[in-house]
Design a protein around this ligand. Sequence first.
Ligand SMILES: Cc1cc2nc3c(=O)[nH]c(=O)nc-3n(C[C@H](O)[C@H](O)[C@H](O)COP(=O)(O)OP(=O)(O)OC[C@H]3O[C@@H](n4cnc5c(N)ncnc54)[C@H](O)[C@@H]3O)c2cc1C
Length: 368
Amino acid sequence: MTRVVVIGGGPAGATVAARLARGGLEVTVLERDTFPRDKLCGEFLSGDVVAWLEAIGVMPALEAHAPPSIRRARFTSADGREARIALPTPALGLSRRALDATLFAHAVECGAEGVQGCEVEAVERRGYGWEVRAGARTFEADLVIGAQGRRSRLDRELARDFIAARHPFVGLKRHHRGADDLAEGVEIHTFDGGYCGASHVEGGAVNVCMLLEERVVRALGGADWDRVAAHLRSANPALAERLATLEPAGDPLAVAQVPFVDKTRHEDGVLFVGDAAAMIAPLAGDGQAMAIESAVRLAELVLDGGPRPGLGPAWDRLWRRRFGVRMKLARTLQRGLLSPKWSPRLVGTVGRAPAVGDALLRLLRTRA
Ligand SMILES: Cc1cc2nc3c(=O)[nH]c(=O)nc-3n(C[C@H](O)[C@H](O)[C@H](O)COP(=O)(O)OP(=O)(O)OC[C@H]3O[C@@H](n4cnc5c(N)ncnc54)[C@H](O)[C@@H]3O)c2cc1C
């Protein structure tokens, strides 16, 4: 039987492991962390992700967490402009603590062996297959799938090109209480060198999550939450009003070096999926949909003929067809939102003509 090792048990890794195990392959998914655990993310599940979660059969388990529904989006700029649009399909707010643990458990239910607390350090060719090393343990595989997320020590070990470059973006998130007026809404507040989102997740919490250019963090002397929040209050008046309605209710999480660059989809026969294949700008709110969709598409490709020569290039072609356009559009929009010159114009345009916002949302998404 074909043996597959999946590295990383986040949304992409857990989904590809579940599909391949259901398809009859012998699958082991190796995850560095132990679930449940928190993760930096806006925790906004677009209508797209919801459709994929329904398609892979995990919605009943997720509904047990009672994720709040999100139906409206509001964008604001530093000079006081704002835009409001109705989301084309309802989204949900669900913590990564709940989502990732559920998806990993689903992979195990589908027949994959799930190993937690297991950080992969090396992947080496052995004859026609691979040896995957994690501490003292070794796993043999006929096929290795890398689902290790946006940036992992493993990428350095695999000598992937993108890892050598500097990626001048920092992500920051913290759960809060309050903001009752935000019910059923997601907000994105833009300012010079960053944007900050806020929306409800399960249990009445509000997730505040932002992307900042590294220069902003450097000027503030670091990613300390209180210092960043004080800066946000002076950077955008609508954001200052929003923060005034919120009380921190959890520890902040920060990550540096968030990579918005092209990556390889395969190297030396190892296939990459989810953020390990490329990361979409968070403003699209579609990273988790792409992680799950790319996992489903990759599993279909593998199951349709098994590991074979030419699988890597075939995966790359399929990936570009499915995700290439929205990836570029999201990066262009992100450049605009981070710019003090362009973000008021973008927000102002969508404010005057919400149809423009609807059209952009449609281009950023595909349905299951
Ligand atoms: C600031 C910010 C906000 C975002 N907001 C949203 C949002 O609101 N909505 C949305 O849809 N998307 C959002 N995203 C994107 C979303 O978080 C990602 O696209 C999604 O997590 C990708 O899933 P993944 O499974 O590919 O990677 P990950 O979720 O990163 O999972 C990778 C897994 O691999 C494990 N791992 C790493 N290295 C190893 C190793 N060597 N061995 C074993 N395991 C390993 C990690 O522990 C992790 O569990 C946001 C991203 C950022 C940066």
